[in-house]
Design a protein around this ligand. Structure first.
Ligand code: ADP
Ligand code: MG
Length: 579
């Protein structure tokens, strides 16, 4: 509830909508005049008259009373129509998306037929056939809204029905009906609820529209649309008669939309605040950061220098401090291993280097970072963009997530090359084949044409490494590059990284939760916990005599192969247990 009401706009929406709904529900008990009692001597009384707080309409009926009762009717019709459309539409969408094949064709082509007619014209045609009246208006707007639900729900169902947990339920020999309603439906439900919340506002407008045209509520019954039509006739002389129901419609629809937005943010916290909080081009930096300082002109000056870095998430009094006081430097050809349990701030540290932490919610509040002589915390967005994928490149944990699923991998490498170099397409093509060859992919030509799903995890990770190497980076950040791979592939990727580091004199920042993996590649190791540096030092020394108790624990928890004769899996350092 707290999360739901955190957004002030949602609170306003609830107050507006809740206020009107409360009034409408309480109508029978409120001391209101009879909404249909005409008093012809008292026609068109202005607001504030005696006995008529909001005045009277063309027949002398009390506007306040008609507003409250009219809102009740409009709301009831709109809510009922939404519910009918949602239930029928969602059912069509679920069945079509889950069973596919001929059921899908049949149902969705039917929906397409409804969609082929202009929306309001179809509603008018339905009412024309059924005859005017509120119930028929309800049926009409429910029917025209069914396709919206069917299409939205079908799309979501198709993607959810392919997920592994649905496969698992199938393997568990559950009946298909149960899978559909127990496994798929709960995951589609948020989509349905959000669609309902946006549709309700529409439905109020549509009911009012039909009533305004005289096809919905029939006299003397009041609903907001028929009151509007009544007011239209005297709009120039007595504007309040039409204005008041108009304002009621406005408040209802705005209230519903604000609640709908709040509901969406609440059901999917990743969307928080909508477009306003979409991450900017680079992580926000607050004023307290220091200048990175000029790089020393000596031979082996560090290509990467981080000092006293602090990164926070979230707003308000209690931000989450993800990284606090982390500092290190990296020289060409050097490998620093960053270790720590999950959530210790490794990835946030790595992403901060190229200001890739999403902002909001993240921001860098202290420190200095220098990449190849560029002070990244003070550089312009454009300067940072030129660094990314050129001076500093990244390889992430899951290669399938970091490659575009529908573009051949060769073309994806080409994009990075085209962004940062002036090579023509022939030269780029040659370079791509050369890169794929360098990461030891057997058939570079065939691989370049392949889509990610046609390659194995290890091959994909090699492609990701090739892409990272495309512009001869000085720094390669490998964030858990082997975690998603099986052990033998892991080892080959580690060997590859070690070889590339030697060949290219690359500075490697290697991140893993597993000390065993890190010590196979790193010269120096830094242990992180709760965003702070626990211990840092030469890899061999740190492993042999860890000073910090946390490092010792990490060492103990690192899996080793059994105590039998040492198996040489050909790691670059044979004295190290393979992981
Ligand atoms: P790891 O060491 O496993 O890579 P991360 O660097 O990804 O850990 O995360 C470190 C901490 O940063 C997390 O424990 C979390 O508290 C915080 N954090 C990361 N991303 C976000 C985010 N988008 N919003 C809020 N907090 C975050
Ligand atoms: Mg991580």
């Amino acid at each position: 509830m707290k999360a739901f009401f955190r957004n002030p706009l949602t609170v306003i929406g609830c107050l507006l909508f809740g206020g009107l709904v409360g009034l409408a529900l309480a109508a029978p008990w409120l001391p209101l005049a009879d909404p249909n009692a005409a008093d012809l001597r008292n026609r068109l009384a202005p607001p504030g008259s005696e006995n008529h707080l909001l005045g009277t309409d063309t027949l002398g009926r009390d506007i306040l009373s008609r507003l409250v009762w009219g809102t009740r009717v409009s709301l009831a019709v709109a809510a009922a129509a939404t519910l009918v459309a949602a239930v029928i539409g969602s059912l069509i969408g679920l069945l079509a998306g889950f069973f596919r094949r001929w059921i899908d064709t049949l149902l969705m082509r039917g929906v397409d037929m409804v969609l082929a007619f202009p929306y309001l014209i179809l509603a008018l045609a339905i009412v024309a056939v059924l005859g005017p009246g509120l119930l028929n208006a309800l049926i009409a707007i429910a029917i025209v809204n069914i396709p919206f639900f069917a299409r939205t729900v079908r799309g979501t169902t198709v993607s959810i029905a392919r997920m592994p947990f649905v496969e698992a339920a199938r393997l568990g020999a559950q009946p298909r009906r149960r899978i559909l309603f127990a496994e798929v439906l709960p995951n589609v439900l948020p989509v349905i609820i959000i669609a309902m919340s946006t549709t309700l506002g529409w439905m109020i407008l549509e009911t009012a529209g039909l009533s305004f045209l005289g096809l919905g509520a029939q006299p003397p019954q009041a609903d907001l649309g028929s009151m509007l039509a009544d007011g239209r006739r005297v709009m120039l002389v007595h504007p309040h008669v039409g204005l008041l129901p108009g304002v009621a419609i406005l408040i209802l629809v705005i209230g519903i939309n604000l609640i709908g937005d709040g509901l969406r943010d609440w059901l999917d916290p990743r969307l928080e605040g909508g477009a306003q909080s979409a991450p900017g081009a680079a992580t926000a930096v607050t004023a307290k950061t220091a200048a990175a300082g000029e790089p020393e002109p000596e031979e082996a000056a560090p290509v990467l220098e981080v000092k006293d870095l602090r990164v926070e998430f979230g707003e308000g009094r209690k931000p989450v401090v993800a990284v606090d006081g982390v500092g290190f430097s990296l020289r060409p050809g050097e490998c620093l291993g960053l270790v720590g349990e999950s959530g210790s701030g490794k990835s946030v540290t790595a992403m901060s280097l190229a200001r890739l932490v999403a902002s909001p919610p993240g921001r860098i509040t202290r420190g200095a970072i220098s990449i190849d002589g560029v002070d990244t915390l003070r550089a312009s967005n454009e300067a940072i963009r030129r660094l990314r994928g050129a001076a500093i490149a990244y390889v992430f944990q899951n290669p399938f997530d970091s490659l575009h699923p529908l573009i051949p991998v060769g073309r994806q490498i080409d994009h990075t090359l085209a962004t940062h170099t002036t090579l023509n397409s022939g030269e780029r093509h040659k370079r791509i084949l050369d890169l794929l060859d360098r990461v030891a992919l057997p058939d570079p030509k065939a691989t370049a044409r392949a889509l990610p799903h046609q390659l194995s995890g290890g091959q994909c990770q090699r492609v990701a490494i090739a892409m990272a190497l495309a512009n001869n980076p000085k720094i390669l950040v490998a964030d858990e590059p082997t975690t998603a791979l099986d052990v033998t592939v892991q080892k080959r990727v580690l060997d590859l990284l070690a070889r590339i580091r030697e060949e290219h004199g690359l500075a490697l920042l290697f991140i893993s939760h597993d000390l065993g993996v890190v010590r196979a590649v790193a010269d120096r190791i830094m242990v992180l916990r709760w965003g702070r540096v626990m211990e840092e030092g030469d890899a061999t020394k740190l492993i042999r005599s860890p000073k910090n108790p946390y490092t010792r624990k990490l060492l103990e928890s690192s899996p080793r192969l059994g105590k039998g004769p040492k198996q040489d899996l050909g790691l670059s350092r044979p004295e190290i247990d393979p992981v």
